[in-house]
Ligand binder design. Sequence first.
Ligand code: E4P
Length: 220
Amino acid sequence: MKFFLDTADLAEIEEACSWGVVAGVTTNPTLYARIGGKLADFNDHIRRICALVDGPVSAEATGAERADIIAQGRELAALAANVTVKVPTTIEGLAATKVLAAEGIDTNLTLCFSVPQALLAARAGARYISPFVGRFDDISEDGISQLDDVVSALENYDFGHPVEVIAASIRSANHVTQAALIGADIATVPFGVLKKLVSHPLTDRGLESFAADWQKVVNA
Ligand code: E4P
């Protein structure tokens, strides 16, 4: 499973990229607002992220109608070679995906919450499909089993173009573990979760005992 970073924060992206684990970045309007982003700086900000990341960077089209999504998608795709256009999983989003895909523009179908939505997204030409896990958990439903269903259903078919599933709305290390066991191609994780993934109390305890024993060697 590949890791994407789910953030618009340049410092987080720079730091996580230095660990050698970041294969891409996903952003959305909430994440851009969270860093105090301004509309006038949006395109430049996406360009900055694209320059930092050796992999696809999802930038979200905010229009609701297909004509707006297509126009925004073209504009976003022109910002950098590694832009992927995030498109909502709606009828308008499917129609926009068809047009953008025909123009060679990669799309990431976001806010996907069901197998039928995922199948339609793939048929429309989506390069990536993002089933949201945590938002199901937020309403006391099982986001991981929904992700499992989407991955299994897509594996049954050949869509004639590459389609990768991004486990999105990831809130915990357990979500990441389950997504990997299911075989999701990618997990997009917030920086805070990514940091937790590398930690384990037994690693810390092991380091402490090695350090203490090494001191004995030094003092011998
Ligand atoms: C994915 O591309 C989305 O940006 C993100 O995972 C949404 O997560 P949230 O449900 O925590 O907002």
